[in-house]
Design a protein around this ligand. Structure first.
Ligand SMILES: [Zn+2]
Length: 458
């Protein structure tokens, strides 16, 4: 599986860049966060969140976190809660062991609430906008504040520093999370306008994921055939012409198959590998599928190959969307599968970071989805009716049992909602500035820390 490869102490350029030193069997909490989980360092900041500089920690010669972040790789597990991470961990590496995403040097958590006037719990748009811009906004907002005004994003800041930039996702490339880094629109549903802004305004060097329906005009199916019979109909719907052709005319190499992606040596790539998401969101056995045409790790590797050619470094956003969407369907098996795909990708990113000094890696969840909980297998602890299709009964269904890797034990996953919950989400990080993320914080602090790290401020 290769999940443990990233823990090797690696020497690059004469500098020991990776020394996590977690024994494979060791789950000591001290090892989870050598920077400390204490919410110390720097108070201040408005809005009830201390977003001040996290100085005051003394990390001794653990100094590889210091300096400027030449490269930033922000990895979002959409809907990735602590329990979803743990269910993935138990099913993948078992008790006493850690996923690659849990093996980064620093850990903290983020409170994710948006500033929505009507809803207590965030959506992916407001949450991604908080990470991207440092501003809390209303649900559905893409890179705009409460008044609807555009707010600069981390991707734009990287571009202004003349870094290369990239967006990689298993969702539509114009979906809420990547969009919040590369566009400014009042409504997350305006995905054709988001695509237009990518190619005409923000111009990420690498754009890889699904969602070609938003790039092709009505009546032109594009590479992936329209599927109007799908429970969530898949038909081309650009209202402003053929945006793929427009992207090509402005210098993007357009690819739509794994072979074309592997073959291109362009330094500006638009890759669209599905009509909509690169998976099928559904409850178990009702058409659910997680089998992206190109895996998240393959797309990410290609992005790293391209972006790392840039002399000034890069900013790359990587998102695994199926964790959220499968949790909306209360489909624990697929949620875990998507978590594994994210973790494989974290392992390769961590390996890249160990060979490329000055790379900040941050793994976050944008909100919790489903109220997912890990429980004992207990036939008496279940009030749901597995044969019911009523939504309120669905909410109490359990999934499993799932095997715990390397053990005879099993666990059950229980759900409380088909929507998002307001639980805080876990964060792990490593590289320049990462020590400032080892605390309780709002998502906006992640923006502030990444921006400072890219600019060489502490
Ligand atoms: Zn969601």
């Amino acid at each position: 599986m290769g999940f443990f490869d990233s823990r090797r102490v690696t020497i690059a350029g004469g500098t020991a860049v990776l020394a996590i030193g977690l024994a494979t069997g060791g789950l000591a909490t001290g090892g989870l966060a050598t920077g400390g989980l204490a919410a110390g360092g720097g108070g201040g900041g408005g809005g009830g969140y201390g977003n001040g500089p996290g100085h005051g920690h003394d990390h001794g010669d653990r100094g590889r976190g210091h300096g400027t972040a030449r490269n930033v790789i922000l990895m979002v597990g959409d809907g990735l809660s602590i329990a979803a991470r743990d269910a993935t961990r138990l099913a993948t590496v078992g008790q006493g062991n850690l996923l690659a995403m849990d093996s980064l040097e620093y850990a903290g958590w983020t409170h994710t609430e948006s500033a929505d006037p009507d809803e207590a719990v965030t959506d992916s748009a407001a949450s991604a906008t908080a990470f991207a811009t440092g501003v809390r906004t209303y649900n559905g907002a893409i890179g705009v504040d409460l008044a609807g005004n555009p707010v600069p994003t981390l991707l734009e800041a990287a571009r202004d520093l003349r870094k290369a930039t990239g967006l990689v996702t298993t969702s539509q490339v114009t979906d809420a999370t990547p969009a919040s880094f590369g566009a400014h629109v009042a409504d997350r549903g305006d995905q054709t306008e988001i695509a237009r802004q990518y190619i005409e305004e923000t111009r990420p060097d690498v754009i890889l994921g699904g969602g070609e329906d938003w790039w092709y005009p009505v009546g032109d199916p594009g590479f992936y055939e329209d599927d109007p019979a799908d429970p969530r109909p898949e038909v081309s719907m650009s209202t402003i012409g053929n945006l793929v052709e427009q992207a090509e005319a402005t210098g993007y190499d357009y690819v739509s198959t794994p072979e074309e992606l592997a073959a291109t040596d362009a330094d500006r790539i638009l890759g669209l590998f599905a009509n909509e998401e690169m998976f099928e969101q559904a409850p178990e056995g009702q058409g659910d599928e997680y089998a992206p045409v190109v895996s998240l790790s393959t797309m990410t590797q290609k992005a790293l190959d391209v972006l790392s050619q840039d002399r000034r470094g890069f900013f790359l956003l990587v998102e695994e969307e199926a964790i959220d969407e499968m949790a909306h369907a209360n489909n624990a098996g697929r949620t875990i599968q998507a978590g594994q795909a994210l973790d494989e990708t974290v392992a390769l990113v961590h390996e890249f970071a160990s060979r490329n000094r000055g790379t900040l890696v941050v793994v976050v969840g944008d909100h919790e989805t489903g109220g997912l909980t890990v429980e004992n297998v207990d036939p008496d602890d279940e009030s749901g009716d597995p044969d019911s299709t009523s939504e309120d009964v669905l909410q109490s269904l359990e999934d499993g049992p799932f095997d715990i890797a390397g053990s005879d034990l099993q666990f059950t996953v229980d759900w409380t909602t088909p929507g998002h919950s307001g639980a805080a989400t876990p964060l792990t990080a490593e590289g320049p500035g990462a020590e400032r993320l080892a605390r309780a914080q709002h998502s906006t602090n992640v923006h502030d820390v990444i921006l400072d790290a890219m600019r060489g401020r502490r």
